[in-house]
Design a protein around this ligand. Structure first.
Ligand code: SF4
Length: 539
């Protein structure tokens, strides 16, 4: 296997670090060959690799590189995807496997890509009455490389379901900048719509009465604001009421498995909200319960197993320790800094010094200026323009004035539609920071990005709302240090770098990055996004 220059230079250092028990944090841009590099390095340390990715779509590169290395590959897709009887949107916790007559499993040797394997497995499972999910689980222990999504690594009971002898494995965590939001694995939402749908699922008048009361009380405490607002007096359930809803839930689960037709049970969503630990907030029209820290989920990383974290936008080492709670010794490698050279595509920077999304200067006039910039960028761009905003409300106000071909992110954004449109004609793709269009989406043709210009329309600081305030306080209690600035700056930096990364997918990519906020004009920002000498522009 031929390795690239940077891979050859750094492999021994990574292998040595892993052997010495260090956690390796690898910062290297998209398209630089991190997946292959991590597999090659890991397999020099242990015979097997457990590879954790954010979404199922990211299984494919792991499969492809494993095959290139001549290794056997297995993966697990959760019950929601692999159950024979589950419809779209089913919550895996609504599936009652103990009553299923197809729960036996077979052993698989997977040679095809994951989605092909799953499709065939489901067809065969239906014919031969075995369970695809348990068959996938059954097959992981024999494979050299196993790909799973985060919950199988970071929620202990799901990790146990894999039944792996971890002393044989190196754990690789892809897109590890997402560790900052691992607490979202335990986040539960309760909305008016969920309660309306749950009302259609229950049968007893008593359950109907309980849900109607919750519905009414919920209306009084939630707001549509994008900020998290702490809620003290949210609607509660008495023990007896909870028991009654649980009985209804169990009855529906049994009916679904008996009828071999499983769908999402909203009453289950209600119950999970009430059984979750954390602080309760109002957020975008729903009640949300979530833990304040990711620390409990990080515990796997602090165990005595070799770990490689990798990302194109990794948080700084200090943040990994103080905010995320990694207690092990870390070997932090920034590939481009270490080699003093670019290992993927390049970009030029423009800095607008007459606009800002700073709260005190927001106005209709400001949004019109942003729109003028976007039009100017659109007409000069060689290909599509990606415009990233700090919030939905700013995006809507600006994009109202942008009257060219465009795609604006919404709650029903269909990524395939964006991809199709961006390949057919030049458009402005407008999305919010940390949203569907700014992270994880692959807008490429033959490995090259279809985006030529990225416009960062305001610095996407997270709002210092009740959630962030409480989170900051918790971190202070543990570390004795105020991480308030880091909690604002680092997520903003990562969001900006992620957006830029959409335009740089391969070594041949070259983009123009428009920093549309005068607050970018500081050494802190210029250094961290590698825009040392941006060309200043004005309208
Ligand atoms: S096929 Fe049966 S055993 Fe398998 S996940 Fe679905 S309900 Fe459970």
């Amino acid at each position: 296997m031929e390795l690239r220059d940077w891979q050859l230079v750094l492999k021994d250092k990574v292998v040595k670090g892993l052997k010495e028990g260090l956690l390796v944090a690898l910062q290297s841009p998209t398209g630089s060959g991190k997946t292959l590099f991590s597999l090659v390095s890991a397999l020099e340390v242990r015979p097997k690799v457990l590879f954790a990715v954010r979404t199922h779509n990211e299984f494919y590169p792991v499969y492809r590189e494993s095959k290139r290395l001549g290794k056997t590959f297995a993966f697990v897709m959760g019950k929601a995807r692999s159950c024979l009887y589950a419809g779209e949107g089913t919550d895996p916790e609504d599936i009652k496997c103990s009553l299923c007559d197809s729960s036996s499993s077979i052993f698989l040797e997977e040679n095809d890509p994951p989605f092909t394997v799953l499709k065939e497995l489901k067809e065969r499972g239906m014919r031969e009455k075995f369970c695809p999910y348990f068959s996938l689980l059954n097959s992981v222990s024999e494979a050299d490389v196993v790909a799973v999504t985060y919950p199988y690594v970071f929620t202990p009971w799901m990790g146990e379901s894999l039944g792996l002898e971890m002393s044989d494995y190196v754990l690789v965590v892809d897109e590890a900048h997402n560790l900052d939001s691992l607490n979202e694995l335990a986040e539960r939402r309760l909305s008016g719509q969920t309660l309306d749908l749950a009302l259609r699922e229950v049968k007893s008048p008593e359950a109907v009465r309980i849900l109607k009361r919750l519905r009414e009380e919920l209306n009084n405490v939630v707001s549509d604001e994008e900020r998290y607002l702490k809620v003290e007096n949210y609607p509660k359930l008495e023990k007896e009421e909870l028991k009654l809803l649980e009985e209804e839930y169990e009855d529906r689960r049994k009916e679904m498995i008996t009828n071999k037709s499983i769908r999402k049970l909203h009453i289950g969503t209600v119950l999970r909200f009430y059984s979750s630990d954390g602080v309760v907030f109002s957020h975008k029209g729903s009640l949300v319960v979530k833990p304040l820290l990711s620390t409990p989920f990080i515990s796997t990383l602090n165990q005595d197993i070799p770990v490689i974290l990798m990302s194109g936008t990794m948080q700084p080492k200090d943040y990994l320790v103080k905010v995320l709670g990694i207690t092990r010794k870390i070997l932090y490698i920034d590939v481009e800094k270490e080699l003093r050279t670019k290992v993927t595509g390049t970009f030029d920077c423009m800095l607008a010094i007459d606009v800002t999304s700073a709260f005190s200067l927001r106005s209709q006039e400001m949004w019109r200026k942003y729109a003028s910039y976007l039009l100017r960028i659109y007409y000069t761009a060689k290909a599509n323009v990606l415009a990233i905003f700090p919030s939905y409300s700013i995006m809507e106000k600006v994009m109202d004035h942008v009257k060219v071909d465009k795609f604006v992110e919404g709650s029903r954004t269909n990524l395939e539609e964006v991809m199709r449109e961006s390949k057919e004609r030049k458009i402005v793709i407008a999305g919010v920071a940390r949203g569907k269009l700014s992270e994880g989406i692959e807008l490429t043709v033959d490995g090259s990005s279809v985006i030529s210009d990225v416009a960062i329309c305001g610095i996407p600081y997270p709002s210092f709302d009740d959630y962030l305030k409480l989170r900051s306080r918790e971190i202070y209690k543990i570390t004795g240090q105020s991480m308030r600035d880091a909690l604002m700056e680092i997520p903003a930096l990562i969001a900006v770098k992620q957006a830029i990364g959409r335009a740089i997918r391969g070594k041949g990519d070259h983009a123009t990055v428009w920093l549309l906020d005068k607050r970018f004009e500081t050494p802190w920002w210029k250094m961290r996004i590698n825009c040392f000498n941006p060309k200043k522009v004005k309208l």
